[in-house]
Design a protein around this ligand. Structure first.
Ligand SMILES: [Zn+2]
Length: 404
C-alpha cells in the first residue's frame, strides 16, 4: 500500500540527498511546511541536496525533485514552534519552492505545488490549516533587538499565507492568528510579516513589541502593513527590521551614507549605524540559523544584548575564552559586565553529557546525534553543529548540548 501511495508523487531523483540514509524516520507527520529558496534554482538545489534540507524542491519550471525520503526527517525549519510544539522538523514534510518570499510564484510552480501538497495531505492526513509557510513556524531566541523569543526570524514562504495563493493551491482554510503569540510564548517582532500571515492591523515595528497587542485577528479582511522595499535603515527601521536573523552575518553588507562598507559580522556598535545606510544581503537559500552560537563583542556588548531577558536563564550557556562554562542562572547581576569579549553563548540549550569510551554520541543523543540542533564542544575549544559531525571523528571528552 505504501509503495502505491508513493507512486502518486512524480519527482525526479536526480538530486537525491547523500544524507538521506542517516536520517531517522518521523514518528508522526502533522504539518506540510512551504519554503522559498531565496536563491536561483541551480545553487539552491545543490545545497538543499547536499545538506538534506527539504523533502522536495520545486524549481522555476515547476519540476519536482525528491531530496529526502518523505517519511524521514529533513532539516528545514530550524528553530521553530507551532501551538507550543517545537522542532517542527520532527513533525513535518518540507517543500522548497525556488523563488523569493516577496515575489510571485509562477503558474507552473503553482500547479506542481498544488499536486504535491494534495498528495502529501492525503498520505499523512494533514488538514489545510496545517499547510504552513516556514515563516509562520520559525522563531528567534532573545537577542539584542528583541528581549524575548519572537516570531519573525524569517519571512520564508510568507506568500503561501495570502488568500489568493492558497486558493490557487486548493487550500480552503488557514490559521487566523498566531497561537504562540496569543499564548504569550512568543512576541511578534515583524509586523509586516504578521499582517501578511494573519491579516489585521499590527503595531508598527520597534524593538519592544508588547505581546498583548502584537497580532490583531481579522481573518477575512487583510490590510497589509506596508513597508519600503529599499532596504534602507531609517529612524523607525533597524538593521534587524531589514535583515532579520542575517543582521550580523558576514554575507550582509552595510553601505553607509558616506559610501563606506562594513560587513554584518564586523559591526561593533549597532546603535551607531546612521540613518540612510543601505543593507545589502547575500543571496542565500532559506537556511538554518547561520550562527548557532552568539558571541560577546569587544565593545560594551553584554549578555543582555546577546541573550535578551534570557541572559540569566539556566538554558543560556556561556563558554568563556579561558575554557570556563557557566550557566546563566549561575551569574550574579553584578558580574554580568565582567563577562569577557569572545565568550560564546548558546541561547535555549541544555547540557547533554560528555563523550567517553563507554558513552558515544549516539548513546547520549540517540537519533539526534547528527541534528543541527545538537551542538558539540570539542576539547580543542571548537564548537560544531551535529549536522557537520561524523560519529567516528568525535574526540573523547567532547561535550554535547541540546536545543531545549
Ligand atoms: Zn524556509
Amino acid at each position: 500500500m505504501l509503495a502505491g501511495q508513493s507512486e502518486a508523487i512524480e519527482a525526479s531523483g536526480k538530486y537525491f540527498s547523500p544524507r538521506n540514509a542517516e536520517r531517522p524516520a518521523r514518528k508522526t507527520t502533522e504539518f506540510i511546511i512551504l519554503h522559498t529558496t531565496e536563491a536561483p534554482s541551480a545553487s539552491a538545489v545543490r545545497k538543499l541536496s547536499q545538506n538534506g534540507e527539504a523533502h522536495y524542491m520545486v524549481d522555476a519550471e515547476g519540476r519536482v525533485y525528491r531530496l529526502i525520503d518523505k517519511d524521514r526527517v529533513a532539516f528545514h525549519a530550524g528553530r521553530s514552534m507551532w501551538n507550543g510544539k517545537t522542532d517542527i522538523d520532527n513533525y513535518s514534510v518540507a517543500i522548497e519552492v525556488c523563488g523569493y518570499h516577496n515575489k510571485t510564484i509562477n503558474g507552473a510552480q503553482i500547479s506542481s505545488i498544488k499536486e504535491l501538497v494534495a498528495a502529501l495531505q492525503k498520505i499523512y492526513n494533514v488538514p489545510d490549516d496545517r499547510v504552513l509557510p516556514h515563516s509562520m513556524v520559525a522563531y528567534g531566541a532573545p537577542n539584542r533587538w528583541f528581549k524575548r523569543s519572537h516570531r519573525g526570524r524569517k519571512r520564508c514562504g510568507m506568500q503561501f499565507a495570502t488568500p489568493s495563493v492558497r486558493q490557487s493551491l486548493g487550500l480552503t482554510s488557514q490559521p487566523g492568528y498566531d497561537p504562540d503569540v496569543r499564548a504569550g510564548r512568543l512576541i511578534a517582532a515583524d509586523p509586516h510579516l504578521a499582517s501578511t500571515l494573519f491579516g489585521g492591523k499590527v503595531q508598527s515595528s520597534g524593538a519592544t513589541v508588547d505581546p498583548k497587542r502584537a497580532v490583531a485577528v481579522l481573518p477575512k479582511e487583510r490590510p497589509t502593513v506596508e513597508e519600503p522595499d529599499d532596504n534602507i535603515i531609517s529612524s523607525g527601521r533597524s538593521a534587524w527590521d531589514v535583515a532579520r536573523d542575517k543582521y550580523n552575518s558576514a554575507g550582509t553588507t552595510y553601505v553607509l551614507p558616506d559610501g563606506s562598507k562594513i560587513k554584518g559580522n564586523a559591526v561593533k556598535d549597532w546603535n551607531g549605524i546612521p540613518v540612510g545606510t543601505k543593507v545589502v544581503m547575500a543571496e542565500g537559500e532559506c537556511d538554518e540559523d547561520d550562527a548557532f552560537y552568539r558571541e560577546i563583542g569587544p565593545d560594551g556588548d553584554s549578555p543582555f544584548e546577546v541573550a535578551g531577558d534570557d541572559w540569566n536563564s539556566k538554558t543560556t550557556i556561556y563558554f568563556m575564552p579561558n575554557g570556563r562554562i557557566v550557566f546563566g542562572n549561575q551569574i550574579n547581576p553584578e558580574d554580568v559586565r565582567k563577562i569577557s569579549a569572545k565568550t560564546r553563548v548558546l541561547v535555549g540549550y541544555e547540557y547533554g553529557g560528555r563523550i567517553t569510551a563507554k558513552q558515544s554520541a549516539f548513546i547520549l543523543c540517540g537519533k539526534k546525534w547528527n541534528f543541527p540542533t545538537t551542538v558539540y564542544l570539542k576539547p580543542d575549544g571548537s564548537m560544531i553543529q551535529g549536522s557537520s559531525m561524523r560519529e567516528r571523528s568525535i574526540p573523547l571528552n567532547t561535550l554535547v548540548y541540546y536545543r531545549k
